[in-house]
Design a protein around this ligand. Sequence first.
Ligand SMILES: Nc1ncnc2c1ncn2[C@@H]1O[C@H](COP(=O)(O)OP(=O)(O)OP(=O)(O)O)[C@@H](O)[C@H]1O
Ligand SMILES: [Mg+2]
Length: 479
Amino acid sequence: MKNKKVLLRGFDKASQPLAEQTLTRAGYTLASTLTTAEVVVVGPLGFDTDALGPDPKKAVLIWENLRKNLESPTTGAQQDLPRRPVIERGNSSIRIVGIDVPLSGATGGQVPPAERFHRICLDAPFLNAARAVALGAAQGLPTSLEGVTAAAKTTVVLWVAHLLNQPVARLNLNGQSDVTELIGRYVPAGQGDEDWNLPALARLGHLLKPECLAIIQQALSENRSLDWAESTLIQAHTGLTRSRWRFQEGIVPQAMRKGGWVLLDEMNLAEPQILERLNPVLECPPSLLLTEGDGAWLGQGGIPVHPGFRVFAAMNPSDYAGRSNLSPAFKDRFLNWFQAQPPGEAEYRSQLQFLIHGQHPEVIINRCIYQGDRSEPVHGELASVEGIDGWIDGLASCQASLSIGVAGKRDGILFTRRSLNALLDLWVARIRESGPSAARTALGASLKDLYWNRIANTADRNASMGVAEAAGLPVEDAP
Ligand SMILES: Nc1ncnc2c1ncn2[C@@H]1O[C@H](COP(=O)(O)OP(=O)(O)OP(=O)(O)O)[C@@H](O)[C@H]1O
Ligand SMILES: [Mg+2]
């Protein structure tokens, strides 16, 4: 049935885009006329099938039934697919969503901490993106994640790094970012000794005393600067005074030396010519000539690049405000370019179920079923609230409609996973104050504070509240 051309009939304006999104993600193509359609999907408002005429080849499907099938991965024949853990730990590698990633042994830098991820639901968009990140890490491919806001692009890179115990330097790019942030800059020399230009001194080694040369060569071979005693000795022997400025390497050369990951977040907010400076870094294998500093070569027979070094990027599509169009030559260097999918109704439902019941959904990727381990729910107290399952359904359906429907038209995507997490936090805080019997009022008030109050246009706000009401949620008037 998939790959067929479908036409939707019997949907209202809010629910049609949502159904279209679910169908296209499931592999259907949208038809624009009844004549070209092979399948007619009938929505909640109904449709007179007599209009189809005597065409026996056109299938008619009821949306409610089809939706359940699309959202429940393990139906029918799929029950026989093999089941695999999301994460399998080995001695020297970790298998993440079926991709074996060697541990890099990087030194220095910050590994993203576990606390960041305790409310992350391992659903299909998240695991597919994690798989792309794991692939980039395993194969040494520069990897870019492109997608709408809150599609978990940043989180997924940090999550995979966390699993691998991998330090990440995240650089939030913007219109004011310059090359020095990436590559390095001259800073005033302090009392430290890093301001000696050791490669330059080594080149003049034949003019130095052997003990000075030995100290310099030792420091170079250990890839470090001079300590206080070494520095003082060289100064005394040579009579040289150190430069008042020293070159401080930026995050890219540092990561290249130590095996860190660089995350270029919001990459297309930076000016394209700044990014182009990274072209040699994005080649496989990477290299970099520090023309801004002492002319050191990283890679290509120069200073060795640590095998764990990787570059990741995350960005919104170029039609978001302020984003630049990256040149094809630059984009081409990201051999692993992944389109991160936004969540739909099924994912919002899974997110709520995970927060409340601690259970991740089943996800099918490459004909295997993956499911994250059950964990302590973040908002377990909601599980005992009467009628919670109905509210989970209502919230998921309303959230999905709001995120791409009514409000999305005018103001862009206003309602995301961020807002849903915040809504639940506020709802739980209010239930704690007033008790579980006040759950309904608390939800109505929280929706008003965090959802309806955000919508500037009265007609859009009323329409959004109508969507919530139709989904069985308590609706309080905004002021
Ligand atoms: N699978 C998930 N389950 C629960 N929460 C999630 C999930 N994915 C993302 N989130 C939450 O959504 C928010 C947005 O995630 P993140 O910042 O990674 O998105 P992004 O794609 O990088 O967005 P932007 O384009 O705005 O930078 C975060 O608060 C994150 O915790
Ligand atoms: Mg981000």
